[in-house]
Structure formats: C-alpha cells, structure tokens
Design a protein around this ligand. Structure first.
Ligand code: IRO
Length: 308
C-alpha cells in the first residue's frame, strides 16, 4: 500500500515522521531517522546559539503520555545548516525547525538555513518551556508581524508550528493571521504547555525546570490535537495542508488525524519511548486500517470526518 503524501508540493514517501524534539538533536539521531522508515527528517528546533537546555530531569514518560521542559537544547543553527546537505542524501524531505529567542533571531536563522536548502522550513511559534518567554503564537499581533518579516527570506515552503488553542474565537483569529502571511503548511499541535505531573510518593514534580511545569504530549493530548487540526482545516477550507501532531501512538490515531484534515502525522512521545522502529509499526497499523475500509491512500480519507 502507498502511504506517501504531498505537502506544499513536496513529496513524502510516508505520512509518518518524527515530531521536532523527538530523537532529532544530534547528527547521529538525525542520521538514524534518515535510515529509518520515517517519511521525513525533522530537526530539533534550533536557536542562534547552541544551547544545553534546562536542568535535568526535564523529560518524563508515563502511561498516558509525557511531560517535557527541555528548554531548546540544540547544536545551534550553523551546525544544522552544515548537516542539511548530508541529511538530504537519504532521499526524503528534510524539515528544518527554527525557534528564535527574539524576533530578529528568526530572521538571522531563516537567511542561513534557507541557503542550506532544506525541503521545508518550519517556524516554531510555540515553545512552552523558555522561562520568562511566552509562546509567540498566543499573541496574534506578534505572530503576524514576525511571519510577515520572515516570509520573504524563505524560498522553500514555510510551515508554522502552532500551540493548541482552546476556544473557537482563538482558532478564528489565528486562521486569519495564517491566511494573510503566506504560510504553506501548518503543524498542529505543539505540546500542551505548562501542565504539572507530580509524584505523590515523593511529593515532588517529576521534572525540575519551572517548578515542574512542562509541555504535555502523547495519548492524553490527542483530543486537543484533533480539535485543532479539525478547526484549522475547516477555517482554511482545506487550502493549507496540515501535519497532525499529538497523540499519534497507533495507526488508528493517524487515521483519526487524517479524518480531521491532516495530510501527514508526527510522532513524538512514542518515538522517544520506542525508538525509530515505531515508524514501521505505525505503517503496518495504518495500512491495515485503510485496507479494512477499502481505501488505498491517505488522500482518500483526508478531512472526511462524518459530522453527526
Ligand atoms: O523544551 C523544548 O525544547 C520544547 C520545544 I522548543 C517545543 O517546541 N515544544 C516542547 O514541547 N518542548
């Protein structure tokens, strides 16, 4: 069966790929994604300077999902610019994720990363874990200004990674911003920011940064992710392709994202837990799901949720 998909004119051999942040910071991790069945290689969000990130423990997995406050550990954009040509040799799309600590950082990185020619560039407006820095995409005015400044510097398709929104009015405002800024695809959603998981036995949070507050991922956020994919798919009338991220643990979760409007899905928590073998399992599971329904392509089901 063919699980390939196309996003903003770029062909992906499989609709499954890593979520930025999951096993994609070092050269070795990125090469392992290249060798795996992942349909793309997505880099860790990069900053201008290399960063070691927040103090540990900063990631915790539990049965329903995960919490993280990594704090943008990454090699710095110049290192990723150098790696991109090597990553492109795997013959699948390379998505470079950029996350500035201020607006000008996005411009600095966009210029250089664009020169390195990844297949797509993703502007991360939704990191929840930098102490003292709010998620940019929760401010539509800041988001629009930033996107309009960065857009002309990016010649490859430009995506935007958004945080979850919890009110239809917020979906509507951001969909209008996205529609005005030349965005080629959306990635929905980043982790659900500033949750708190505690260990009652030790009477402590499970992670150290920010008093234990961190971004939630995994199964427990799937309904939030699906709602955001669906809301933006409808508001933008299917004109802007969507990568669905959040709660993709089994093939059926990917199918649900597709029904809501996703063209591809990303795997975060369960990739960290299972390693790169997860892509083969997900492919098998989604193939079984599609063939049991008589469809052959992701395309056959995209956006086709039957509302009651
Ligand atoms: O803490 C992180 O590095 C992080 C980032 I940049 C993000 O976009 N989402 C997330 O859950 N963690």
């Amino acid at each position: 069966m063919n699980l390939s998909t196309t996003i903003a004119g770029v062909k992906f051999p499989s609709c499954f790929m890593n979520a930025s942040g999951a096993l994609c910071m070092t050269r070795e991790e990125l090469l392992a994604l290249g060798r795996s069945r992942a349909g793309a290689i997505v880099t860790k969000s990069m900053t201008v300077e290399p960063r070691s990130g927040n103090p540990e423990p900063r990631y915790y997995g539990f049965p329903g999902g995960s919490i993280n406050s990594m704090g943008l550990p990454n090699l710095g954009y110049l290192a990723y610019a150098e790696l991109i040509p090597e990553l492109k040799q795997f013959g699948k799309p390379v998505i470079a994720s950029i996350a500035g600590l201020c607006e000008d950082d996005f411009l600095t990185m966009a210029r250089v990363i664009n020169q390195a020619n990844p297949d797509l560039i993703e502007v991360n407006l939704s990191c929840p874990n930098i102490p003292g820095k709010p998620q940019i995409a929760y401010d539509p005015v800041d988001s629009e200004r930033l996107l309009k400044r960065v857009r002309p510097l990016i010649k490859v398709p430009m995506g935007v990674k958004l945080p979850p929104y919890f009110d239809p009015a917020h979906h509507a405002v951001m969909a209008e911003v996205i529609g005005r800024c030349g965005v080629d695809y959306l990635n929905l959603i980043n982790s659900v920011g500033n949750g708190l998981v505690i260990d009652p036995k030790r009477e402590t949070p499970v992670i150290k940064p920010k008093g234990g507050f961190g971004g939630l991922g995994g199964s427990l956020i799937k309904p939030v992710a699906l709602a955001n994919v669906r809301a933006f798919w409808k508001l933008l009338a299917g004109r802007i392709p969507i990568i669905g991220t959040g709660g993709v643990v089994q093939g059926i979760d990917a199918f649900e994202h597709v029904l809501c409007g996703a063209s591809a899905v990303q795997v975060g928590t369960v990739l960290v837990e299972e390693g790169v073998g997860v892509f083969e399992r997900m492919e098998r599971e989604l193939e079984a799901e599609l063939s049991s329904r008589g469809g052959r392509l992701v395309e056959d089901y995209r956006g086709r949720l039957k509302e009651l």
